[in-house]
Design a protein around this ligand. Structure first.
Ligand code: ADP
Length: 507
């Protein structure tokens, strides 16, 4: 492709030149000759008619002498560089500017026929073999008393018309050469602006195809080529980084699967070969069970992420009460909270707060955030879940007074499998997938999730949701719902957590 594109352009250029010369040499040349022939014929005929109406008629009416007409014709002939004849209808020469006719010796144009012009006023050729080379001959009849008394015939060598036409053609050739040379600028321009950058791009794509994603493509400029090169470079960098991510991902997955499997295998072998005595079996079987739970959690997390990562994740957008969802998630942590004496405080805006989102997925986000908040909180502390309205958005935040996240880790915690060193000792079961899942879900909704955290003080995760206008709330609200909606005007801002009466779906 590389060679042919350039060759094609050169070929087109050469063809353009050759074709131009061919057209000028044939078509234009013929047209030019015809144009000058017509032009001269018209002028000469006008001249011949003039002579026939004046001098020739006078001659036939014997008003002027033959000598005087002969001299006058010679004068005109010399001036126009032509040969002028006056012939009788029978073809007898009366006047000839090339050679004055001898009254003693009659000259007759053999076979003279005035209709030789075939309806036109001129003819080309050797004029009844009177000349050795071709002439343009115009014939004008001499009419007196309604009778044709003779003919005025003017001859001009065709060679002269040829010379004039060729002179004109030469100018055209020069013009064509100038044009051809000028169009070379286009060729040079094409080479510099299109061909060379294109070659660099092809070289780069070959390198990328061979796996060298770090190949530098140096094409600058704001035109389409520059844009193409920049896009290609961006694509290469993205592919390179996604390859890197993939390697990291596989390494993480393998590592996270291998450690529980190794410990399960170790315990089972120890039980089988008696290293662990039978009375301790129950204890270690529980440990093994714990590890298998972790593997299940890991597999489920990976599956969820895989589904979320697929482009155009299908969300089942419904209108629901986020406050109710929060209450139900909080309820599902009741036992855990009781064990560690942690209180979940709900600060909800209004009794009901309708949003438009995928309820199950938002519930999962809430579950992941609350789970983390409890996991990383000390005993006897408090976790706050708050909803606030801002314009057409609802902000949901989950705040804890736990270990916090070091500043340098705050960007990475959203990555798959990332666990900050601070948390490792406290959470051996964590997969490092919870926050990536939460972020993917919120992003799929076109919303944002953010984190504010201080090491040793606590963390606050907040995400936005699309608020449903109260007037758009579903019509099928039950009586309680309608009553709650009316209550919105006097919301009880602080709502202490109490297990809800509705059954909250547990995760
Ligand atoms: P995991 O299953 O390990 O909790 P996540 O993706 O949910 O995975 O969290 C990733 C890491 O972010 C955690 O291992 C922890 O280091 C940190 N993290 C998340 N939430 C909190 C929090 N509320 N307080 C302190 N650290 C947190």
């Amino acid at each position: 492709m590389r060679k042919t594109l350039y060759l094609k352009f050169i070929l087109a250029y050469v063809l353009f030149g050759l074709f131009g010369f061919f057209i000028v040499a044939t078509f234009i040349s013929r047209l030019t000759f015809a144009f000058f022939l017509q032009h001269d014929a018209r002028n000469l005929y006008r001249c011949a008619s003039e002579i026939s109406e004046t001098q020739a008629v006078s001659l036939y009416n014997s008003e002027v002498s033959l000598d005087s007409v002969q001299r006058q014709m010679e004068l005109i002939g010399r001036y126009t560089e032509t040969e002028i004849w006056i012939l009788n209808p029978s073809g007898r020469m009366v006047v000839n500017t090339a050679q004055a006719p001898d009254p003693e010796k009659e000259i007759v144009v053999e076979g003279f026929d005035p209709t030789v012009t075939q309806g036109s006023y001129y003819t080309t050729g050797r004029f009844f073999d009177s000349f050795s080379e071709d002439r343009l001959s115009v014939i004008a009849p001499i009419i007196s008393n309604y009778k044709t008394r003779g003919y005025v015939i003017i001859h001009e060598p065709l060679e002269r018309i040829d010379i004039t036409a060729n002179r004109f053609l030469n100018i055209t050739y020069v013009l064509l050469i100038v044009l051809f040379l000028l169009s070379m600028i286009i060729l040079i321009f094409f080479t510099e602006v299109v061909y060379k950058p294109l070659r660099s791009i092809i070289r780069a794509t070959e390198q990328y195809a061979a796996g060298n994603m770090n190949y530098e493509l140096n094409i600058e400029g704001e035109d389409e080529m520059g844009y193409l090169a920049a896009s290609l470079g961006y694509m290469a960098r993205t592919v390179a980084s996604s390859e890197e991510d993939q390697k990291k991902f596989i390494a993480n997955v393998s590592h996270d699967f291998r450690s529980p499997l190794t410990s399960i295998r170790g315990f089972l072998e120890a039980m089988l070969d008696g290293t662990i005595p039978p009375e301790m079996h129950e204890h270690y079987l529980k440990v093994v069970l714990n590890e298998t739970e972790r593997l299940t959690k890991l597999t489920n997390g990976l599956l969820t992420l895989n589904n979320l990562g697929t482009r155009g994740m299908l969300l089942q957008i419904v209108q629901f009460d986020i406050n109710k969802t929060i209450r139900s998630v909080a309820a599902s942590f009741e036992q855990t909270c009781r064990n560690r004496n942690i209180r979940i405080r709900l600060i909800l805006s209004g009794q009901t707060l309708f949003v438009e989102a995928d309820m199950d997925k938002i519930q999962q986000v809430l579950y992941n955030l609350t789970d983390n908040a409890i996991k990383f909180s000390p005993e006897n502390s408090e976790v706050e879940i708050e909803t606030t309205e801002k314009g057409n958005k609802v902000i949901v935040s989950v705040k804890d007074n736990g270990i916090g996240i070091p500043r340098e880790d705050q960007k990475q915690i959203w990555e798959r499998f990332y666990k900050s060193d601070l948390s490792r000792g406290k959470d051996k079961k964590g997969t490092g997938l919870g926050l990536s899942i939460a972020r993917e879900i919120i992003r799929a909704h076109g919303e944002n999730i953010t984190l504010v955290s201080t090491e040793g003080v606590g963390s606050k995760f907040s995400f936005t949701l699309k608020r449903l206008d109260i007037n758009d709330a579903p019509d099928d609200l039950d009586d309680l719902g309608r009553w709650l909606r009316d209550m919105r005007d006097n919301p009880d801002e602080i709502d202490e957590f109490a297990p809800p009466e509705e059954d909250g779906s547990q995760k």
